[in-house]
Design a protein around this ligand. Sequence first.
Ligand code: NDP
Length: 331
Amino acid sequence: MKNRRVVLASRPAGWVSEANFRIEEAPVPAPADGQVLVKNLWLSLDPYMRGRMNEGRSYAAKQELGEVMIGGTVGEVVESKHPKFAKGDQVLGMLGWQQYGLSDGKGLNKVDASRVPPSAYLGVLGMPGVTAWVGLLDICQPKPGETVVVSAASGAVGSVVGQIAKIKGCRAVGIAGGRQKCDYVVKELGFDACVDYKAGMLNDDLKVAVPDGIDCYFENVGGEILDAALRRMNAFSRIAVCGLISQYNATEPYGVKTVQSILTNRIKVQGFIVSDRMELWPKALADLAGWVAAGRIKYRETVTEGLETAPRAFIGLLKGENFGKQLVRLG
Ligand code: NDP
């Protein structure tokens, strides 16, 4: 049996391209004592992977050339020499862009796929969902009646941010690219308003959408959208800097023009990485599971079929071609 896998072939300068990846075949590895062999069924594609492709060090180590691309996976144990796992277990892990992965059990967790589809553990009931929970509830700490704005609002993280804001009694306003995404955010997810930043009237439209200003801004994007949000922030408001996706492929960084708003409005700005807050994950996941089961949080996925589609789908994610959580079905 062969294991197909995607490795990092070269580092992008600016926009990532399919040529930065290489698809390889290798024998399926055999588990040694203490290891399990997992057949990956779902691969998560996430914006952080772009940062790992760079040469320079960020908050995490870079992805090495020639190595299997990093990635979250859900799969099924096909052979186990580990006391805690048995053949047939469904498991969540970081086994990367490949059809089969070996694990020593560290960071591998069994999931219950009987009540929610297994792919949910890579989205709303996984890292992106917890990111939304941590950034909104631990960092922004919105109070009922306050206005919460989130960028990339139809995406894996942003969609959950706005829905939690509604659960907490806030006014939720999204910023997203295109009418279709904005309609989904308001009509299906229940946000109070959504600004289509591609319509060309970002500042004016945001002003209308937040008549009482912004108390919490959950930043996923950066660039002009950050400037627009800074113009509308209230005194003593909070910004959780979760991501800056508009900058990940930029060769010239965008210069933010409204930094003065942080001073005049005494804004608290905090960046965060969800993996730094592991102590919050159990509480966040319990809340999210309850809200999903109760139908109070909805989610959407964009799925491509087969490992070969991963590079193209990843580039699409960075360009906003995804609509909801971007996944690759491997199994
Ligand atoms: P999404 O599902 O939101 O997909 C990315 C979205 O970003 C696209 O659909 C697109 O939406 C938007 N986007 C892309 N380019 C631009 C641009 N130039 N300007 C404005 N919007 C753009 O991805 P995730 O939910 O997985 O991630 C969202 C953000 O959260 C990312 O910045 C990511 O890095 C960050 N993140 C941070 C974590 C942390 O621990 N700090 C953990 C997980 C994610 P649209 O069509 O609306 O433009």
